[in-house]
Design a binder for this molecule. Sequence first.
Ligand SMILES: Cc1cc2nc3c(=O)[nH]c(=O)nc-3n(C[C@H](O)[C@H](O)[C@H](O)COP(=O)(O)OP(=O)(O)OC[C@H]3O[C@@H](n4cnc5c(N)ncnc54)[C@H](O)[C@@H]3O)c2cc1C
Length: 417
Amino acid sequence: MTGLLIVGASQAGVQLVASLRALGFDEPITLLGEENHRPYQRPALSKEFLQDKVGKESLIFRSQEYWDEHRVDLVKGQRIERIERRADGSGTAHAASGRAFAFDRLALAVGARARRLEVDGAGLAGVLYLRNADDALALKAAMPAARDVVVIGGGFIGLEAARSAHALGKRVTVLEAGPRLVGRAVGEETSEYFLRAHRAAGLDIRLGAQVARFVGDDGDGGRLTGVELADGEVIPAQIALVGIGVVPNTELAEQMGLAVDNGIVVDRYARASDGATVAVGDCANLPNPVPGSPAGERLRLESVNNAVEQAKVAAYSVVGRREEYAGIPWFWSNQGDLKLQIAGLSLGHDATVVRRDDARGKFSVLYYRAGRLIAADCVNHPLDFMAVKNALAQGATIPADLVADAAVPLKGLARPA
Ligand SMILES: Cc1cc2nc3c(=O)[nH]c(=O)nc-3n(C[C@H](O)[C@H](O)[C@H](O)COP(=O)(O)OP(=O)(O)OC[C@H]3O[C@@H](n4cnc5c(N)ncnc54)[C@H](O)[C@@H]3O)c2cc1C
């Protein structure tokens, strides 16, 4: 019997352990995941790791000594398929292997999985995804023999991987079904900036591109040779990397009868609808944590920062204290020479101001909602990023009429909201 069973041994689960031990939580913890790797950081998988700039060992979060010292039973390679619970919140998690894990308390840190593209030829060798270490190892192994890489999906991971493949000397085409790049996460100005910059760097980017099927040399069992578009064009490819978003892993929560709506629904304290289970990271749907957001606005965030901050909140809940999300959500994405940092959430913005300094390769967009600063996308501009992040953290705004001149630093312009 363990005190706390954490299902999902990745960014959120690892942070939950660290925060609980820092708070003095003394009970046995089992950190369990289905992957056969020690918990590792994902961001480099599409960047430095793919480009052979860092090795696998450098991505591992903690040594075995850490887990031993912190009295954590790290269980790898076990997929939980069913969870039985008693009225007091304790229960037993059943793995596909037949093993059972009894617990007093449960945390779900099960993350998300890559959305599959179900078109003809999806089973061909060379059609790949990038969510976990095994995916990244398969992609890396396929790279040397590939000349043409087609990336399907112009979101963060697709663009990061596209620039990595390009840096490895591949001919890269990006197929985005929507009208602009990274449409879910950034505004039009940032999309446009990325489009121009990636094209200038040598990527062939097609917007509004519909994949009809994958073409192979020998039916569905063969190797990929190209990607066919709806208009009949076949783009040569030995690798097709599909990066069309993720699906939160909510099956266990559903089976337990917890509220689920684009993720496991949690309150400000990371508690699921039963009040006992905590759910954290990419799998959780939480109230918008940005100060001043409309009551009842909810969202699911897919970022390291969110996994870390929510895990801290959840740790307080597990020890019976109430602490809300601290700080402002932020995110980064490195795409070749473009270092994007996002502070805040642009959800619901009704105005933007662009700050552009082409001579120095800097670009920022500030987002406003009802006259109040809510977020910024900053490309190669850490000073703008820090200024906005600090202003938001203080509950302040930076008036839109003061920011248009990119030569004027944002630092010092914050005013009470
Ligand atoms: C290639 C890539 C690049 C990224 N780059 C960035 C970046 O630059 N910046 C940034 O902020 N974020 C980035 N992210 C996102 C970031 O990595 C995620 O937000 C973060 O990993 C979420 O952590 P998590 O613990 O919630 O979920 P996950 O990392 O998805 O981990 C969930 C774990 O739970 C396991 N699991 C699921 N179901 C079960 C089950 N039933 N039984 C047992 N185990 C189970 C899974 O196998 C997985 O190991 C990137 C992600 C990827 C894939």
